[in-house]
Ligand binder design. Structure first.
Ligand SMILES: *Cc1c(COP(=O)(O)O)cnc(C)c1O
Length: 390
């Protein structure tokens, strides 16, 4: 990779093909993929419907432009809105872009209503929203910002999950509050029960927008199509990406018509956003995720893994502290170094992803079965038993 800019500390490992939750190297070594390119391969690898959808569309038309109507994009938007609070969708190509669109929408909403000073976005401790200049300002990682001259004006840091503290930061300049229903990169941090409901109430009372970053939690990851649906609330706007395309790059800003009222022609754009290929594939992903029984499997597999890893945490209490999460968004809180555990698991054929707070994430495909979950537990057990801790 000598000509690739070294922005990633890469592991010396590459894969040639994938099937379901399995990845294979050239020499046919098999890995159980509980990382899924960081919550991207919703349906695992080589999903038949996705392959069919992509190959059929690829023979018809790839890209025209958002200067014209794009039928699969229209159908995808309709499918998302039918299954959410949404009434209006903007398509882009990544998580960071969907957050940029979300932030722009929030500010424009107030501008459009004559409140030109309502530009501040409340953002949370330990938040991650992407690597563009705007989303670096919204995120809570000072190291990510270092040396890039990021202007954090317009973003006010508030403590994640602490409703009484958050209230104190709302003033006449507040446009919106932006939160991840469960923080992913921050370490699979769940908010206290009732947090989103309280936030919804406060936002409505203060006439500010509730913006959710569901880039990682969305598209079935937690056992509902969108994580906020567990709280039975409706945000004003939500950002999607990662799992939406099942491996094909696509992001989306989903909003109510009212919240999107400032987004008139010319206010925002994306050359590639929601093109024929991306929209067709994403439509197929969502169609499969909303099929009868699919999300129940996410909850069932998630509960099984949580329960069994809980037992491992008792057995190997020197190595791991506990486990948390929802559905198939699982974080193992480590006593040993999380990166070391990740490396050891990989040596034994299980892929996982480190997160903040010394947590190791398991983000398997959503269509795994008992056998895959058992294999994961077997590798965890075997690995933990071989790690000597003082
Ligand atoms: C990954 C992620 C992003 C950024 O997505 P990119 O596609 O890498 O730009 C934003 N928010 C959350 C919650 C994420 O997990």
């Amino acid at each position: 990779m000598k000509n690739v800019m070294p922005t990633y500390g890469r592991i010396d490992l590459s894969f040639e093909r994938g099937e379901g939750p399995w990845l294979y190297t050239k020499d046919n070594k098999r890995f159980l993929d509980f990382a899924t390119g960081i919550a991207v391969n919703t349906l695992g690898h080589s999903n038949k419907d996705l392959i069919d959808t992509l190959s059929i569309q690829s023979k018809k038309l790839w890209h025209t432009s958002n200067l014209y109507n794009i039928q699969p994009q229209e159908e995808l938007a309709e499918l998302i809105c039918k299954n959410s609070f949404g009434e209006s969708v903007f398509f882009c190509n990544s998580g960071a872009e969907s957050l940029e669109g979300t932030i722009k929408l929030c500010r424009k909403f107030h501008f459009n209503n004559g409140n030109k000073n309502k530009t501040d976005i409340l953002v949370c401790s330990s938040a991650f929203h992407g690597r563009t200049l705007g989303t670096l300002a919204a995120g809570d990682n000072e190291k990510h910002r270092e040396g890039f001259g990021v202007n954090t004006n317009g973003f006010i840091r508030v403590p994640f999950g602490d409703i009484n503290e958050i209230k104190k930061f709302i003033n006449k300049n507040t446009a919106a509050i932006l939160v991840e229903p469960i923080q992913g990169e921050g370490g699979i941090n769940r908010s206290p029960k009732g947090f989103l409901r309280e936030l919804r109430k406060i936002c409505s009372e203060s006439k500010i927008l509730l913006a959710l970053d569901e880039v990682q939690t969305g598209i079935g990851r937690t056992g509902k199509l969108f994580a906020h649906q567990w709280s039975e609330i409706k945000p004003d706007v939500m950002a999607l990406a990662k799992g939406l395309g099942g491996g094909f790059p696509i992001g989306a800003v989903v909003a109510t018509n009212e919240a999107a009222s400032g987004m008139s022609p010319g206010t925002h754009g994306s050359t590639f956003g929601g093109n024929f290929l991306a929209s067709s594939v994403a439509k197929s992903v969502i169609s499969q995720v909303i099929r009868e029984g699919f999300l129940d499997n996410v909850t069932k597999m998630g509960n099984k893994l949580l329960k069994e890893i809980d037992l491992l945490a008792i057995k190997y209490s020197k190595q791991i502290k506990g486990v948390r999460g929802k559905g198939l968004m699982i974080g193992i809180s480590c006593n040993m170094n999380n990166l070391d555990l990740c490396t050891n698991l990989r040596k034994n054929g299980l892929l996982s992803v480190p997160a903040g707070n010394n947590v190791l994430r398991l983000l398997p495909p959503l269509n795994i079965n008992n056998e895959h979950a058992d294999k994961c537990i077997e590798i965890l057990n075997q690995t933990l038993s071989n790690i000597k801790v003082k």
